[in-house]
Ligand binder design. Structure first.
Ligand code: PXL
Length: 273
């Protein structure tokens, strides 16, 4: 069985980060080892939250996993609670990366042109450094502009997107996926993998929730590890995220995140076909 280490927060309420990655990656038939960067009462999109930063615990977790000779087929990162833990996370990647380990960085910093609480320009600078360790990065449009140090444009045209993708590879990663791109009534992603460009779109719902990007990232990584080619993996990720958004469209309160649970049978079907 393939094994993924995913390094991100555990938010008790408001589906995102580990509470999304664990069920999705497990449903995909892959062992998911969650390395928590922090424990939050709820995600930062609520009016208030309690957060216990686990920066000092990461090296101890790392050391024990080395003691037991644990190896990973992929390492992914998501929301990182503080700048001080970026160095530990880079150390984790350096320590557990082998020739065949895929490193996937989702540079979680904001959405819809706005940064999440506690994210600063200095944080973005550190995130650029983390991206340099990755084989794949998957920023949303807001994060892509933030990484490039440019002003946000909610609807860049095709030429601008291609330029952005190319520029983002200059951070040191071969593959870049920009998510959350709106094209009329559709939403999807654009990507570059070496010299090949890709796009995938699905029906857009009127659903803006924390955790949508986390769902996309978990599916994309799972599909790649399940042996799908990159284009197919993008299609599956867009279709699953759209399906999960459909199950959420009727909910009045968006704080609780996307109802991806009901869409999991569809993910399993797509991965098996
Ligand atoms: O989904 C991104 C995310 C992850 N983790 C925490 C968050 C958010 C977005 O708000 O607050 C704690």
């Amino acid at each position: 069985m393939k094994r993924i280490a995913t390094i991100q927060d555990f938010s008790c309420v408001g589906k995102c980060s580990l509470t999304v990655a664990l069920p999705i990656i497990s449903a995909a038939g892959i062992e998911c080892c969650g390395i928590p960067t922090a424990v939050l009462s709820n995600h930062t999109g609520f009016p208030s939250f309690y957060s216990r930063d686990l920066t000092d615990d990461i090296p101890n977790i790392c050391q024990q996993l080395h003691t037991h000779g644990i190896t990973f087929d992929a390492i992914s990162t998501g929301y990182i609670a503080s700048i001080s833990q970026m160095g530990h996370i880079e150390e984790f990647i350096r320590g557990f990366r082998s020739e065949n380990t895929l490193v996937f960085v989702d540079p979680v910093m904001g959405d819809n042109g706005r940064l999440y609480s506690q994210i600063t320009e200095h944080y973005a600078e550190k995130m650029r450094g983390l991206c340099a360790h990755a084989d794949i990065i998957a920023p949303n449009l807001t994060e892509a502009y933030m990484l490039l140090g440019k002003d946000y444009d909610p609807e860049p045209d095709g030429a601008e997107l291609r330029d952005m993708l190319k520029e983002l590879t200059e951070l040191g990663t071969k593959t870049v996926v920009i998510t959350g791109i709106i094209r009329g009534s559709e939403i999807g992603c654009a990507a570059v993998d070496g010299s090949s460009f890709f796009e995938a779109y699905g029906e857009k719902q009127d659903v803006f929730c924390s955790g949508t990007g986390d769902i996309f990232a978990s599916v994309l990584l799972s599909a790649i590890l399940r042996g799908k080619d990159f284009g197919q993996a993008l299609e599956i990720s867009v279709k699953f995220t759209a399906e999960a958004a459909r199950f959420t469209a009727g909910d009045a309160d968006r704080k609780f995140g996307v109802n991806f649970e009901q869409a999991l049978p569809y993910l399993i079907k797509m991965l098996e076909s």
